[in-house]
Design a protein around this ligand. Sequence first.
Ligand code: PLP
Length: 348
Amino acid sequence: MPIDLRSDTVTRPSAGMRRAMAEAEVGDDVFLDDPTVNRLEQRVAELLGLEAALYVPSGTMSNQLCLRAHSQHGDSVIAHQHAHILLYETGAPCAISGLQPRTVDTPDGTFTPQQVEALVLPGNIHHSRNRIVALENTHNRCGGAVWPLELFRNVRDRAHELGLAVHLDGARLWNACAATNTQPADWSAGLDSASVCFSKGLGAPVGSALAGCREFVENCRFYRKQFGGQMRQAGVIAAAALYALDNNLERIAEDHANAMQLAHLAGQAPGLTVGAPQSNIVMVDTNAAMPAQTLADILHNEHDVWVIAIGSNRIRAVTHLDVTAGQCQAAGLAIQQVAELLMKQGVA
Ligand SMILES: *Cc1c(COP(=O)(O)O)cnc(C)c1O
């Protein structure tokens, strides 16, 4: 059995989740007739402290629908330069919404009200229009980093004063909550839009949701059709999301403890630098002489530990509900062993 730490998207629906899916009451959601989808949307809106929610096929579609519904072509979006919406969504803000990115560069994906202010340009005939600020919590590319709640709210409030819509990419908002002992609405209430995923740490096979005020969500429903994301008896998959909220939300802190343990073990190896993970993502930096891909290949071929080389000297390991504490410990020890071997060999 491989220890698959490539992403928290690799989980498979459990027996209980499959049962909930099999038993789901369904209808045609394009006619608003699917009771399970309706229940999920209601639940998400309440959880996020926003008026309404919309179930969508993916986190990418969820984010991009929000950006589309907030803006006109030629407007701008302020975001971190390694934001998922800019880095991992195929250039969709430009391709679909015609947005010009204005980026902030910080080590942990967070930024300040002053950094937002600095990217707001005078409203005249020369500049793209100031329109959206997008925040990501936890921050994927920055190693699952968590925003400080107060800073998050300060950025939100300043952005509103500046007339900007504030969007949250909360694909892993559940992890941010577990890490800070907060509730989802502590972050999302008062935002113009928020997106959450059921297919990451919550372990559902598919699905995300966006939320906002009723009018905004109905506008997103229009664009969802334009993007081809409307679904029919989607209750079958929405049931998995509801099951995940009922059963897999409370346990997310276990993933963080497992990530910490893995990081601690890997960090003891020569030639590796491992920061303490803030949530379920562990970034392991290798020294210049040790190619990350070599480390990842040996882990895969000789230890059945699957990680991703996300840079020439960085591997990423993500914990989730389909790996146990024991497996994460084994992975940490395997990383130690392989790094020791490579250091002894002088790699190359
Ligand atoms: C995974 C992820 C998404 C959405 O991914 P999909 O694969 O489209 O569901 C969005 N934002 C962040 C930060 C993510 O990690």
